[in-house]
Design a protein around this ligand. Structure first.
Ligand code: 5AD
Ligand code: SF4
Length: 448
């Protein structure tokens, strides 16, 4: 390993990571970057400038897979121009043996392929590859946690902390339990000490991550974990995602209500407004229980924003089922929603179901749903006009360099005129305009 480190340093080797998919994948890319920097690699400005290019993949929906194949294919030219270039593909998609095989056959120039469970072994894989072992494919199915790896976090006041991995739910459309394995939780002590370390390092907001974050069980349940983080650390803001409605307990609602540092936002995927489809999806709740859960959350935690995920065109979804989804969206008026066209994933139960919905029908339905939700999102954002909200400033605005942006506790992006010196502080902003994706405002007073 020392020889590899010396070579990396001497040659000044650089890496570039391209990440697809969810927050979990983004966070895993921070770990990959941390591992690479621990053996001397430095970040490259672009893939053209890199000696090691990694694709961290997602397989939750089909279009993510197509994008990955297209982009990996385009690396061939760079590889031809630079024989020393190492190319690696990792992450969820590579955890599926069939997809990994297909990728390796299609792209003989890919050097290292690994899955989601063994990223900590990356230095050994690079070493073996460079010592002439040839191409490497390693995607074991271990359930062990290897969390003690260096992390290179994104700049700014926000940090992610993974508290549990995997999923036991087997929603009938979803590939995640097959690639991420069963639920494993980190110990509460580990999580709390990581959050304390982040506070000391100057971070102001942590996002606790898990595929099913509220079924955390690290000796204590998720509600207790949140309570302990609030009591035992000085972190000013905590978020968490993604919550499953079936595990959203009264105890959790009470803890969120009790601690102002827990953000007033819950991401609670509903997936469908039809109880029949929910049953086919194996979601373990009905339309009615979901609606009363959201109403209870809003009653107990006034002002909380609720966002969701919705799938349209699940096998067997009739016009009446889809109308149920529209009416649920109209009744609950989510702050925003991620909407997806159902995409069959091989190996899942839904992929084998009869009555797959025609593409034209799926397209028509998603357009209707998006139009309805966009209107609601904008209306909800307009409700902020004239109000003063607390914002944690995250960075400068990409569109307007004289402006900065950050989020409210309710997870609304706010853009306002201000200097980069505000990054990392909490400020009050008076909202002048609420648009579809962003609230615009003016600084009301400095540090709150
Ligand atoms: N097709 C479409 N959407 C899916 N999701 C998960 N699996 C599929 C699939 N096969 C969506 C769900 C989930 C989000 C992360 O992705 O809405 O909540
Ligand atoms: Fe997939 Fe369902 Fe698990 Fe979420 S809860 S990761 S949708 S199986």
């Amino acid at each position: 390993m020392e020889k590899l480190k010396a070579e990396v340093r001497e040659k000044g080797l650089k890496y570039h990571i391209i990440t697809y998919g969810c927050q979990m994948n983004m966070h895993e890319s921070e770990k990959i970057a941390g591992i690479l920097e621990s053996i001397g690699y430095m970040p490259a400005d672009s893939k053209e400038d890199a000696d090691f290019i990694l694709f961290n993949t997602c397989c939750v929906r089909e279009n993510a897979e197509q994008k990955t194949f297209g982009n990996v294919g385009r690396i061939k030219k760079l590889k031809q121009a630079n024989k020393e270039l190492l190319v690696s593909v990792c992450g969820c998609m590579m955890q599926q043996e069939s997809a990994a095989k297909k990728l390796m056959e299609t792209f003989p120039f890919v050097d290292i392929v690994f899955g989601t469970h063994n990223l900590y072994e990356l230095p050994e894989m690079i070493l073996a590859c460079k010592s002439g072992t040839g191409r490497i494919y390693s995607a074991p199915e271990t359930e062990e946690l290897h969390d003690d790896v260096p992390q290179k976090r994104a700049e700014g006041p926000l940090a992610s902390v993974n508290i549990m991995y995997g999923c036991n739910n087997f929603c009938s459309y979803c590939i995640v339990p097959y690639v991420r394995g069963r639920e494993r939780s980190r110990s509460a002590e580990d999580v709390i000490s990581e959050v304390s370390g982040l506070v000391s390092a100057g971070y102001r907001e942590v996002m606790l991550l898990g595929q099913n974050v509220n079924s955390y069980d690290g000796g204590i349940n998720f509600a207790r974990l949140l309570g302990r983080i609030c009591e035992e650390t000085d972190i000013p803001r905590i978020r968490f995602m993604t919550s499953h409605p079936k595990d959203l307990s009264d105890e959790l609602i009470e803890v969120v209500a009790a601690y102002p540092q827990i953000c007033r936002h819950i991401h609670l995927p509903v997936q469908s407004g039809s109880s029949r489809i929910l049953q086919e999806m194996n979601r373990k709740y009905t339309r009615e229980t979901y609606i009363s859960l959201v109403k209870k959350i809003r009653r107990k935690i006034p002002g909380i924003a609720v966002t969701t995920d919705i799938i349209v065109g699940f096998p067997g979804e009739t016009e009446a089922d889809f109308e149920d989804t529209l009416s649920l969206v109209g009744e609950l008026r989510f702050d925003s929603a991620f909407t997806f066209v159902y995409s069959p994933r091989s190996g899942t139960r839904a992929a084998e179901m009869p009555d797959q919905v025609e593409e034209a029908v799926q397209t028509e339905r998603i357009m209707k749903l998006v139009a309805l939700q966009n209107k609601i999102t904008e209306e909800r954002n307009r409700e902020y006009e004239g109000k003063t909200v607390e914002v944690l400033v995250e960075g400068t605005s990409t569109r307007n360099p004289g402006h900065v942006c950050g989020r409210t506790s309710t997870s609304k992006m706010v853009n306002f005129e201000g200097s980069g010196a505000l990054i990392g502080s909490f400020v009050n902003v008076k909202i002048t305009q609420g648009k579809k994706t962003t609230l615009f405002g003016t600084l009301a007073e400095e540090e709150t």
